[in-house]
Design a protein around this ligand. Sequence first.
Ligand code: HEC
Ligand code: HEC
Ligand code: HEC
Ligand code: HEC
Ligand code: HEC
Ligand code: HEC
Ligand code: HEC
Ligand code: HEC
Ligand code: HEC
Ligand code: HEC
Length: 332
Amino acid sequence: MKFLRKILVLSAFIASAGWGSASLAAEANGTVAKSLHEDAKCTKCHDSEETKPILSIYQTRHGVKADSRTPSCQSCHGASEKHLHGEANQKERISPDVVFGAKRGTSGAFAPSEAKVQNAACLTCHNTANGKRNHWEGSQHESRDVACTSCHSMHVKDDPVMKKSTQTEVCFTCHKTERAQSHRISTHPLNAGKMGCSDCHNPHGSTGPKLLVKNSVNETCYTCHAEKRGPFLWEHGPVTDDCTNCHTPHGSTNAPLLKARAPWLCQECHSGDHGKTIYSGVNLPTGNTTTVNGLQGVANQGPAAQANARACMNCHVLVHGSNHPAGAKFQR
Ligand code: HEC
Ligand code: HEC
Ligand code: HEC
Ligand code: HEC
Ligand code: HEC
Ligand code: HEC
Ligand code: HEC
Ligand code: HEC
Ligand code: HEC
Ligand code: HEC
């Protein structure tokens, strides 16, 4: 009788939370009632009086009780038989089988279970055969004991890590370097909430380096910057090799996301100052101001052109590659 009353209260709560008609229809066939009956083992103590918003789980995907795949309290926290027994306020209550809360350290009533134990509870349903998680085992996060719940929150209406606008903050709790980089003047629109870390990274594991969504840095960049893929008649070696030869993905003080400013960026690989040796008259054997390969005007700009304005890109405008028959030096 007592359970039944509780179920009615919870049904009302769920209806008020917006699962109205769908759950009412399903209630007829008993799915909802059965599931809530199981939950009542726990919710008879952990109810709406609790300071933590435990019942808000009914407003999440895990609270769609009309769906028979939906977990009960015990699907995640374990059967917890020993925890169930005893008075509501008894001291020294034995902990539930699985205590989550990897993020909060040991400040709760019970110390969190080991990451492996927490993860196993989620993986009973979200197994690694799912395409997005089939590289979880052995991934950087798994092997460093990062729990599913280090990123995911279950008892809140909107899990912050699932939304681009709130995801970065979750990642930044651990990744401070990337947070600092994201505040530089040149960045991807991460803090604007237009992009998430998960546009480039698969936090559940990947076959590429650094948890990238694709097998390489370049394949990842091409998913949005397709025009940089080419094919080009004249390719620039470092571009086809790895975009991060020149760019940094998370933020830079040199726009656009460059590791260093030109001309220094270019001079990391091209040490010869061809401006002095080729262009200025004084450096030529004849001592005359001249043109290179008959390109009138270029020479007259002198070596200063290499450091001014767009530096090397004053002339080498197509650093990512050229399709012009005479574009071997990326000038057109
Ligand atoms: C007889 C009452 C009672 C029942 C039934 C009960 N609990 Fe508890 N539970 C408590 C008390 C008391 C605490 C420790 C005090 C607190 O919540 O701050 C607690 C603590 C917890 C905690 C840890 C909270 C924290 O902050 O670390 C979890 C998780 C939990 N219970 C889950 C469950 C689950 C799941 C069930 C059902 C399988 C359940 N409880 C059934 C009384 C109960
Ligand atoms: C999908 C898995 C899942 C289900 C289902 C679930 N929980 Fe939890 N529970 C968690 C996780 C994860 C946490 C850690 C805090 C968070 O992520 O919101 C947690 C935290 C708690 C806490 C401690 C609160 C805190 O933040 O310290 C209690 C108590 C609790 N759950 C009780 C319940 C009860 C009662 C039910 C059933 C109505 C339930 N849980 C259903 C995963 C689950
Ligand atoms: C008893 C099975 C079960 C367990 C255990 C379970 N889930 Fe789920 N989970 C589901 C179902 C069913 C859905 C809805 C899936 C769908 O719509 O395809 C879901 C959805 C999700 C989603 C997507 C939510 C959204 O808003 O789209 C996340 C994230 C998630 N679960 C994480 C977890 C985590 C983390 C745990 C462990 C703390 C966990 N789940 C435990 C069954 C489960
Ligand atoms: C490092 C942070 C992080 C960890 C750890 C993590 N997730 Fe996620 N998860 C995310 C992000 C971000 C998304 C949303 C982006 C996406 O879909 O890839 C997501 C999406 C999901 C989804 C919904 C989309 C889908 O794949 O169906 C489920 C379910 C899920 N995670 C389950 C889990 C489980 C289970 C674990 C533990 C084995 C886990 N996650 C560990 C960050 C994380
Ligand atoms: C609880 C802390 C924690 C959270 C939250 C977290 N990470 Fe991590 N992450 C780690 C740890 C620990 C490693 C292992 C490598 C290391 O030592 O930095 C790692 C590694 C990585 C790597 C690979 C680094 C490498 O060297 O291969 C990437 C990429 C990454 N995390 C992205 C994310 C993203 C994206 C999110 C948010 C969706 C996220 N992380 C959330 C702790 C965390
Ligand atoms: C535009 C794509 C892109 C986005 C968005 C992105 N990353 Fe990365 N991330 C990369 C690439 C590429 C690398 C590897 C090259 C490098 O380290 O510079 C990387 C490397 C990392 C590493 C490893 C760093 C190291 O020193 O080994 C971590 C950690 C990381 N990212 C976290 C994040 C977090 C957290 C976010 C969200 C705030 C994020 N990334 C957003 C592309 C991206
Ligand atoms: C999910 C899509 C996406 C991916 C993947 C992506 N980018 Fe971007 N990129 C953007 C968007 C959006 C902008 C901002 C464009 C704007 O502001 O007009 C941008 C801008 C840039 C800029 C110009 C920044 C500026 O200040 O003008 C560079 C350089 C860049 N990305 C390089 C990369 C590199 C390198 C990679 C691979 C590591 C990468 N992007 C992966 C979406 C992406
Ligand atoms: C050799 C160094 C270098 C490499 C490697 C490189 N870039 Fe760039 N990138 C630059 C420079 C320099 C600029 C600024 C161009 C300008 O000012 O004319 C730039 C600008 C950009 C821009 C913004 C302006 C535009 O042209 O759209 C994007 C996006 C971009 N790069 C993406 C990429 C991607 C994706 C890769 C890898 C496929 C890559 N870059 C590899 C040097 C490089
Ligand atoms: C990571 C090293 C690296 C960086 C940085 C770099 N390059 Fe290159 N560049 C190369 C390589 C390797 C080649 C191919 C050389 C060859 O084929 O002999 C090349 C070729 C060239 C060529 C054609 C040379 C020829 O003989 O056909 C030009 C022009 C050029 N780069 C300009 C630039 C400019 C401008 C920048 C700065 C925006 C730059 N490079 C940055 C490595 C680099
Ligand atoms: C005033 C225009 C101009 C500027 C500025 C300029 N270049 Fe050049 N660069 C040229 C011309 C013209 C050629 C030769 C084209 C030819 O032989 O067809 C050339 C050729 C090159 C080559 C091919 C090897 C060689 O020496 O012939 C490289 C590499 C190169 N430039 C790199 C750079 C770098 C790095 C910078 C910036 C420090 C730079 N250039 C600035 C016009 C310029």
